[in-house]
Design a protein. Structure first.
Length: 82
C-alpha cells in the first residue's frame, strides 16, 4: 500500500493498493472516490507529475471505473510524501 499527500489545490490525499490495483483519492472538498484497475505506473506518474490535479484530470478521471468511498480511514504516508 502506498500513500501520498501531494501539493495540490484539488487533491488532499492519495492511497494506492498495488495488490487490488485501486486508487483512493481524497479531494480537498472532502469527497473520496475509489478508482479500480489502476496500473501502478499510472499511480507513479500521478505522484511524480508537476501538477497532480492536471495529471489526474487527464489520465485518471473518466478513464477508470470509480465509486464514492465511504468511511474515513487513515493511512501512513510513504517516502514520496516529503
Amino acid at each position: 500500500m502506498h500513500a501520498h499527500r501531494p501539493v495540490s489545490s484539488l487533491i488532499e490525499h492519495l492511497v494506492y493498493d498495488e495488490a487490488a490495483r485501486t486508487l483512493l483519492v481524497t479531494f480537498r472538498a472532502g469527497r473520496r472516490y475509489l478508482y479500480r484497475d489502476v496500473p501502478h505506473a499510472t499511480y507513479d506518474a500521478l505522484v511524480a507529475a508537476p501538477s497532480v490535479g492536471s495529471y489526474f484530470n487527464a489520465a485518471v478521471r473518466d478513464r477508470f471505473e470509480c465509486a464514492p468511498a465511504d468511511g474515513r480511514r487513515r493511512y501512513p504516508l510513504d517516502e514520496r510524501a516529503a
